[in-house]
Design a binder for this molecule. Structure first.
Ligand code: PMP
Ligand code: GLU
Length: 396
């Protein structure tokens, strides 16, 4: 018999939709994937060269479990430059992607039954990672009129004696929304008053559009910095999803606990990928700017197109690379005489009949929505949206 933990876990819907779309493509089927949030760009050449050099120089052995000193120093330098935050290298833990970093955080913080507050819509892996670490996810619905962002008053209401942490994700996957300084201050003051940790997932920090500005909640003052564990990584900023490099910055005791945990369950992240990440963080940054501008053009195109589609509505994302679209008006309508029952059914019909993959909202705690990633080429976007539009026009 499997463990209770194993029995209650569900596979990542973002990864499984991506896998399904990739499989159909490999079978020669013409599928357009708006599924996984994975930059479609190749990893920049100078980063790949750093990895090739690492191999040629024989940098292919175990490293310190929580990462090589030069990479930790580079991470500290970036926190200082980008967020005005001072950390020492011992406060940094480098892991196998930000997902692994999050797992380390929950493993280090949670006792059985501890509650972790998740503002919905949330990224699909948060509740599962909390449960895997014996915590209880406590979901708070955010409101559209607040652009799906958590209010301090909502946080206050959701607190219980078992509340251990809040997960904050700005810019957000799936909504693309960004918290302003004032909004973060409101949340920080509740967290400080009640002594709860903030797990601040900032992996989309560099992918911001228009005039919006990313602010790390840890930068609002010493008290909130002590309670914050920042999670970041190379996947999104540098198109390095497959390399698996994520990192955290936190108080020393938390970092030490996470490093110790990782020393037993993973050892070091890939030595070659660490060298590549070092070059990514310290090398030229124009590649990031180029990718960001491309994402922004795609975002604008999609927003405009979707605003003319029947049934769908969405708010403008300020960051990340997703549109979170309300598809609720299609439920109970008919596609070729089949009643659309829910978001999963919508996604299934769209994939089967129009070969377009998107992620239904259930896994994000928002069943009336669907997520479309614009981390795919403009040609794909144009063709995919045309198909989606034709699908919608068939509904009655
Ligand atoms: N956080 C968020 C909000 C994400 O969307 C993702 C997905 N890539 C991750 C963390 C994990 O990223 P990775 O493990 O590839 O660093
Ligand atoms: N985070 C990305 C997404 O939300 C990649 C898939 C995953 O890590 O779950 O699509």
């Amino acid at each position: 018999m499997l463990s209770r933990k194993a029995l209650q876990i569900t596979p990542s819907p973002t990864l499984s939709i991506d896998a399904k779309a990739k499989q159909l493509k490999n079978e020669g089927k013409d599928v357009i994937g708006f599924g996984a949030g994975e930059p479609d760009f190749d990893t920049p050449v100078h980063i790949k060269e750093a990895a090739i050099n690492a191999i040629n120089q024989g940098f292919t052995k175990y490293t310190p479990a929580s990462g090589i000193p030069e990479l930790k120093e580079a991470v500290c330098a970036r926190f200082l430059r980008d967020n005005g935050l001072t950390y020492q290298p011992q406060q940094i833990v480098v892991s196998n992607g930000a997902k692994h970093s999050l797992d380390n955080v929950f493993s280090a913080l949670l006792n059985q039954g501890d509650e972790v507050i998740l503002p919905a819509p949330y990224w699909v892996s948060y509740p599962e990672l909390v449960k895997l670490n014996e915590g209880i996810p406590v979901v708070i619905e955010t409101q559209k009129e607040h652009n799906y962002k958590l209010k301090g008053t909502q946080l206050e209401k959701a607190l219980s004696p078992r509340t251990k942490a809040l997960v904050l994700n700005s810019p957000s996957n799936p909504t693309g929304q960004l918290y302003s300084r004032e909004e973060l201050e409101e949340i920080a003051s509740v967290a400080i008053k009640n002594n709860i940790f903030i797990v601040s997932d900032e992996v989309y920090e560099k992918l911001i559009y228009g005039r919006s500005e990313h602010i790390s909640i840890a930068s609002l003052g010493e008290e909130i910095k002590k309670l914050t564990i920042i999670v970041n990584g190379a996947s999104k900023t540098y198109a390095m999803t497959g390399w698996r490099i994520g990192y955290t910055a936190s108080e020393l005791n938390i970092a030490t606990a996470m490093a110790d945990i990782q020393s037993h369950n993973a050892s070091n992240p890939n030595s070659i990928a660490q060298k590549a990440a070092y070059t990514a963080l310290t090398g030229p940054q124009d590649c990031v700017q180029e990718m960001r501008l491309t994402f922004e053009k795609r975002r604008d195109y999609m927003l405009e197109y979707i605003s003319h589609m029947p049934y769908l509505t969405c708010i403008e994302p300020q960051g990340a690379f997703y549109l979170f679209v309300n598809i609720g008006k299609t439920f109970s309508r008919k596609f070729r005489n089949i009643h659309i029952e829910n978001g999963d059914h919508f996604a299934e019909l769209l994939l089967d009949h129009y070969r377009v993959a998107l992620v239904p909202g259930r896994g994000f705690g928002a069943p009336e929505y669907a997520r479309l990633s614009y981390a795919t080429s403009m040609d794909n976007i144009q063709a995919g949206l045309e198909r989606l539009n034709s699908f919608l026009k068939e509904l009655d």
